[in-house]
Ligand binder design. Structure first.
Ligand code: BGC
Length: 423
């Protein structure tokens, strides 16, 4: 299920083939009435992304009503619980957001969503998306959702003015975390927050990028299939680096979500923030200029790797108005929908036919990296591990935030892996 380097080649090949394929707008989803779309894109720049997609949906389906079922909370921290209880009580929305990869597998195994492989065949969607991404959506030969975007998780967002004031070269990139610590020390000495962060899930997000930086691509991948030992000295060293990074962060982190942490960089109160590239939309919606008001680089030690995640939309079992859900999926799949949505969301289109010529300079770097780099699966965003494994990892990370006990953190991670790799 994991995306490999082949994705790059597949993407290029698909892009070449796509010249002959049709544009894919409109589609045959139909009906009247409404479709409730359940996401966690409830506010701020994420809502602007959703609004852009809804704009295309309404244009393509003047007779259907979009109902916004969004539940606030970054990375679905609240939404996933609300969704789980709705699914349990047979009250599914028209469609819901789910990450490609292990998280999607959870919903498939629980029989929460319908296979839609027939739709893929009928509508030619198999030709629209990169092969490696289709593999992440596939369970035993069936496909269950339509990807709306591709996000990169291993990105550092930095404020050049804050760095300059601290005597740090804003154009510098760092080959390793050790090199980065020296810059973080300087920002700390200048009085700014060196590294902004928010509540638990953003700490898991940081941890995943540190594991990737220190273990490298192969051993990082091995964490998810048992071939890398969570109890090893290499993982201890990575956890020590994580502990060190956490010391550079803002003390009010538990009361913030990602937009607040990214805002600290935007406002010149913090030097750096590690965040997925939905942060791009936060800078863009505040008219910040890439290269002047903010700079980005891969998390030190992860250059050449694209830490991947994708949102996708499902056909729930028992969806109240399947024709309307199909119409939503048509819009999500369409080149037009993907161009409008991804431009506003900071991500890159999953549909290889979507026009990206008008995308900003940060997004061009992501497009290039996705084509060239090794691709690994994000932990914090449902690609690498099941929801229940991620919940256990998050509990260990959260506890560490108050204890600072590296050995305890590693024990927690080892026991979570033992439990979930067995099941
Ligand atoms: C989602 C993104 C979203 C981010 C922050 C991720 O899990 O895939 O679409 O912007 O969480 O909420």
């Amino acid at each position: 299920m994991r995306i490999t380097r082949r994705v790059g080649a597949a993407l290029v090949a698909t892009a070449l083939l796509s010249v002959a394929a049709c544009g894919g707008g409109g589609g045959s989803g139909s009906g009247e009435g409404e479709v409730e779309v359940f996401t966690w894109w409830a506010e701020g720049s994420e809502k602007e992304g959703l609004d852009a997609l809804v704009g295309v949906f309404e244009e393509q389906n003047p007779d259907l009503e979009f109902v916004n079922g969004a539940v606030a909370g970054g990375a679905g921290s609240e939404a996933k619980n609300v969704l789980a209880s709705r699914l349990q009580t047979n009250d599914p929305p028209g469609t819901f957001q789910a990450h490609a990869g292990a998280e999607l597998t959870d919903y498939i195994v629980q029989d929460d969503i319908e296979p839609i492989s027939d739709m893929y065949e009928e509508k030619g969607w198999n030709e629209l998306f990169p092969e490696g991404l289709l593999e992440q959506l596939d369970q035993d030969g069936e496909i269950y959702s339509v990807p709306s975007n591709i996000h990169r998780a291993n990105v550092v967002w930095a404020n050049p003015a804050v760095l300059q004031k601290a005597g740090v070269d804003p154009e510098a990139t760092y080959a390793s975390l050790d090199e980065w610590f020296a810059a973080l020390d300087k920002v700390e000495a200048s009085g700014a927050i060196p590294l902004s962060i928010a509540t638990d899930w953003t700490q898991v997000h940081l941890l995943e990028t540190v594991l990737l930086a220190d273990l490298g691509e192969e051993a990082y991948n091995g964490l998810w299939d048992g071939s890398t030992d969570w109890g090893s000295a290499e993982v201890t060293a990575a956890l020590e680096d994580y502990a060190k990074l956490l010391e550079y962060t803002n003390s009010d982190r538990q009361s913030l979500d990602w937009p607040d942490a990214t805002q600290l960089v935007i406002d010149g109160k913090a030097g750096f923030n590690v965040m997925g590239d939905w942060a791009e939309a936060a800078f863009a919606t505040q008219d910040k200029e890439f290269g002047t008001d903010y700079v980005t680089f891969p998390v030190p030690g992860t250059d050449g790797v694209f830490d991947f995640l994708a949102d996708s939309f499902t056909m729930p079992v028992g969806a109240p108005n399947p024709g309307a859900t199909e119409a939503w999926l048509d819009t999500v799949a369409s080149a037009e929908g993907q161009t409008a949505f991804n431009k506003a969301k900071g991500s890159i289109p999953a549909n290889t036919e979507a026009d990206t010529s008008d995308f900003g300079p940060y997004q061009q770097t992501a497009i290039e990296s996705f084509q060239q780099d090794a691709i690994v699966s994000s932990l914090a965003h449902g690609a690498a591990a099941s929801v229940s494994w991620l919940t256990d990892i998050t509990a260990a990370v959260s506890k560490f935030g108050s204890t600072g006990d590296v050995a305890g953190l590693q024990e927690g991670l080892v026991s979570a892996a033992e439990q979930h790799l067995e099941s």
